[in-house]
Ligand binder design. Structure first.
Ligand SMILES: Cc1cc2nc3c(=O)[nH]c(=O)nc-3n(C[C@H](O)[C@H](O)[C@H](O)COP(=O)(O)OP(=O)(O)OC[C@H]3O[C@@H](n4cnc5c(N)ncnc54)[C@H](O)[C@@H]3O)c2cc1C
Length: 613
C-alpha cells in the first residue's frame, strides 16, 4: 500500500483511541515469563488472543499503535467470509459484525456498462452465516478489542512497540519500547502478527519464498450515498466492472459497507496521470460518471494502493510462529488477506494451547506450518491469478480474457473461467497428517480437513455445537464414552445427513477444536473417535511439513487448474511470434479435438466459438 491520502475537508473516519497503560515490568524491573506474547493487534493478533484467552492461556498482546487499523490506513478490508464469521461466532463478535455490516451472497459482473450475469456464492440455504458480511475493517478490529476487554487472561498493551527478539531454545526474549521507557518480556511462544512490514520477520531474518511488487495501481474512494432504504437494500450485492467506462477500460469494484458508505475501488495504473487520479476532484468526476447525475454523495476517504506478493519460506521458526500479513501478502482480490489471517489464528491457537497445557507434543505446531502454509500458497495463487485476469498485462492475457468474456456473456459454463476474484472460503486441509477416514463416503465437502458443513440443528445451527473443543457427532445413535463433547444427529436432520454424506448404517464424525473435520468413519464407533483425538495429542512430526497443492481426488478440471490454463494459453500466444501463432493455435485445436474424440461435440464447439462475434 502506498501512502494514504485523507484530506481534512472530508468527513473521514473517526477511529477509537485506546489508552496506554504502564506495563508492570517498568515498575518491577523484572523480566516476566508469559506463555504467549502476540506481536500486533490486527485481525490475526486479536483473533489469536481471543482464541488463546478463551482457553485460559495467559497472553500478552503488544501493538505499537493506539488505535485499530494500521497507522493512517483507515480504509482497508471490507469483506468478511462465512468462515471468519463462524470463527467469531464463538465469541459473539459475528453477531455484532452482522448487525452493523451489510450481508451479501450475490454479485454481478459487468463488461463496460452491460451487466453480464449475476452469481450466488451460497445457493445452499439453512446455514447460520451468509457468504459474506461487508464491514469496514476498523469496526471488526474494534469489536474484537472490546470483546477482549472481558477476557481476564489477555493483557492488551497499546503503544508497546517490539524492537528486538531473541529466539532461544527455552524461550523468546522480546524487547519492547513504550512512551515511558523500555522493558524485556520472556515468552514460551511468540506469535508474530505484526503485518506486512513485520518487525519480527526482519529481526530474526526470516526468509521469503516469494516476493514481488505489482505495478498495477488502484484508488479507493469510500463514498457516503444519500439513497432511500429500498435502494440500499437492493444494492447489497457486489458489483465488478471490467473494462469500466469511467476508468477508460480499467476495472471498478462497487459494494456497500456500514453507515450507508459504499466502497468503490478504481484501477488507475493504465491512465496517463495515475497520480492525479487519486485526488478528490478526479474521484468525484469518475463517481459522477458511474452513478449518474441524480445521485447525491460525498466522499469519506480517498487513497491510492498497490499490492505485493510475498510468502515466507516457513511460518514456524523455533518458538516463533508467523500469521496473517506478516507471513503472507497478496492482492486483495478475493478478500483473502484478513480472512486468511483469521483462519491462521484459529488454526494456531488451539494447537498452541494444547502444547502449553502439556496435553500435546510441541511437534503439533508443525501441522500449523503444513496446513496454513498450504493455505497461503493457495490464497496467493488465487489472488495473483485474479489480478492477472482483472488487469491483463500482455496481449495473450487480454486475448484469452476477452474470449472468456465473450463466451460468458451467453454460456453459464464459461462463467467459471471469469476470474474477478475467487472469493475467500475455508481452506480444506485435504492432505493433513492429522486426518483419518474409514469407509466410503459420498460427501467430499465433509471430508477430513474440511471446515464443518453447517445446517439446522436443534433450535439453531450445527456450527454452534463446535465451540472450540474436540467434538464427536454420532449420526444415527449415541456411541460409547469418549473424552470430547458429543452430539447425536438423528435421521430427522436430513439436510445435515445429506451434507455429511452419511451412509445407511450411520456415521461418526470427529471435529477439531477449530471446527474442521478431523476424522470420519461409517457406523457408530466411539473407539475410532477416541483414537483420532489421541493421535492429535500424540502427534510427532515425520520431518515433512509440506502439504500438496494438488487435489488428489478431483477428476474434472478444478478451478485453480482452469486459472492456470488461462495463464498457459496466454503465454503460448505471447511467446509465439506473429506468423507462427495462427498455425500453433490451429495445431492446438487439432490436438484437443483428438483428445475430445467426439465429432458432434467438436461441431458444437465450433458453432459456440463462432457465434460469439
Ligand atoms: C485495499 C485493501 C482491501 C482489502 N480488502 C480485504 C477484504 O475485503 N477482506 C479481507 O479479508 N482482507 C482484505 N484486505 C487485507 C487485510 O486488510 C489484511 O490482510 C489484514 O489487515 C491483515 O491482518 P494482520 O493482522 O495480519 O495485519 P495488520 O492488520 O497489518 O496488523 C498488524 C498490527 O501489528 C502492529 N505492529 C506492527 N509492527 C509492530 C511492532 N514492531 N510492535 C508492535 N506492533 C506492531 C500494527 O500496528 C498493526 O496493528 C485488504 C487490504 C487492502 C490493502
Amino acid at each position: 500500500m502506498t501512502q494514504a491520502f485523507q484530506p481534512s475537508s472530508m468527513a473521514g473516519y473517526t477511529l477509537p483511541v485506546y489508552e496506554y497503560r504502564r506495563p508492570p515490568e517498568l515498575s518491577t524491573n523484572e523480566i516476566a515469563l508469559y506463555p504467549v506474547v502476540v506481536v500486533g493487534a490486527g485481525l490475526a493478533g486479536l483473533t489469536a488472543a481471543l482464541e488463546l484467552g478463551s482457553r485460559g492461556i495467559r497472553t500478552v498482546i503488544l501493538d505499537d499503535d493506539n488505535t485499530v487499523g494500521a497507522s493512517g490506513l483507515s480504509s482497508r478490508g471490507i469483506c468478511y467470509a462465512k468462515r471468519s464469521l463462524e470463527i467469531f461466532g464463538r465469541f459473539g463478535v459475528a453477531e455484532r459484525i452482522r448487525a452493523k455490516g451489510v450481508t451479501w451472497n450475490e454479485g454481478e459482473v459487468y463488461r463496460g456498462e452491460q451487466r453480464m450475469y449475476r452469481f450466488n456464492l451460497q445457493p445452499e440455504r439453512d446455514q447460520k452465516f451468509p457468504a459474506f458480511v461487508n464491514l469496514q475493517q476498523f469496526y471488526v478490529e474494534q469489536f474484537l478489542v472490546e470483546r477482549l476487554q472481558g477476557v481476564e487472561s489477555v493483557d492488551l498493551r497499546w503503544r508497546n512497540k517490539v524492537v528486538s527478539v531473541r529466539n532461544d531454545a527455552e524461550a523468546v526474549l522480546v524487547g519492547v519500547e513504550t512512551p515511558e521507557g523500555s522493558y524485556t518480556a520472556k515468552a514460551q511462544y511468540v506469535l508474530a502478527a505484526d503485518g506486512g512490514h513485520s518487525a519480527v520477520r526482519e529481526l530474526i531474518g526470516a526468509q521469503d519464498e516469494e516476493r514481488s511488487f505489482y505495478e498495477d495501481r488502484w484508488c479507493i474512494a469510500d463514498v457516503k450515498m444519500h439513497v432511500d432504504d429500498e435502494t440500499r437494500r437492493s444494492e447489497a450485492i457486489r458489483r465488478a466492472y471490467l473494462d469500466g467506462i469511467p476508468t477508460q477500460g480499467g476495472a471498478i469494484w462497487y459494494h456497500q459497507m456500514a453507515d450507508g458508505i459504499w466502497r468503490t475501488d478504481w484501477q488507475i495504473g493504465h491512465l496517463p496521470e495515475a497520480d492525479a487520479e487519486t485526488t478528490p476532484e478526479r474521484a468525484t468526476e469518475r463517481l459522477r460518471k458511474l452513478l449518474g447525475p441524480g445521485v447525491r454523495f460525498e466522499l469519506v476517504w480517498v487513497g491510492p494502493w498497490r499490492f505485493k506478493k510475498r510468502l515466507l519460506q516457513r511460518f514456524v521458526h523455533g518458538r516463533i510462529a508467523f500469521a496473517g500479513d506478516a507471513a503472507h501478502e497478496h492482492s486483495p482480490f478475493g478478500a483473502r488477506g484478513g480472512n486468511s489471517a483469521i483462519q491462521d489464528a484459529n488454526n494456531l491457537a488451539w494447537k498452541l494451547a494444547l502444547i502449553l497445557q502439556g496435553k500435546a507434543h510441541p511437534d503439533l505446531l508443525q501441522t500449523y506450518e503444513a496446513e496454513r502454509h498450504y493455505a497461503a500458497r493457495d490464497n496467493t495463487e488465487n489472488a495473483t491469478r485474479s489480478a492477472i485476469f482483472i488487469g491483463p498485462a500482455t496481449g495473450g492475457q487480454r486475448l484469452f480474457r476477452n474470449a472468456i468474456l465473450d463466451l460468458a456473456q451467453r454460456h453459464e459454463w464459461a462463467r467459471a473461467w471469469v476470474n474477478v476474484g475467487r472469493l475467500s472460503v475455508a481452506t480444506t486441509y485435504a492432505d493433513s497428517s492429522l486426518n483419518r477416514e474409514r469407509g466410503a463416503f459420498e460427501s467430499r465437502s465433509a471430508a477430513p480437513g474440511a471446515a464443518a458443513p453447517d445446517g439446522r440443528f436443534g433450535g439453531g445451527f450445527f456450527v454452534e455445537q463446535l465451540q472450540g473443543q474436540f467434538t464427536v457427532a454420532f449420526f444415527g445413535a449415541r456411541g460409547g464414552a469418549v473424552d470430547a463433547k458429543t452430539v447425536v444427529v438423528s435421521e430427522a436432520y436430513d439436510v445435515l445427513w445429506k451434507r455429511y454424506g452419511v451412509p445407511a448404517e450411520g456415521a461418526t464424525y470427529v471435529f477439531r477444536p477449530d471446527g474442521h473435520v478431523l476424522a470420519r468413519c461409517s457406523g457408530i464407533d466411539a473407539v475410532f473417535a477416541g483414537e483420532a483425538i489421541q493421535a492429535v495429542l500424540d502427534y510427532r512430526s515425520g520431518g515433512t511439513s509440506r502439504m500438496s497443492t494438488q487435489d488428489p481426488v478431483a477428476q474434472r478440471m478444478t478451478q485453480p487448474e482452469m486459472d492456470r490454463l488461462y495463464d498457459d494459453l496466454a503465454v503460448l500466444v505471447d511467446h509465439t511470434p506473429g506468423p507462427e501463432r495462427e498455425r500453433v493455435l490451429a495445431r492446438l485445436v487439432i490436438v484437443l479435438a483428438q483428445e475430445v474424440g467426439s465429432y458432434p461435440k467438436i461441431k458444437q464447439a465450433i458453432s459456440t466459438a463462432t457465434s460469439e462475434k
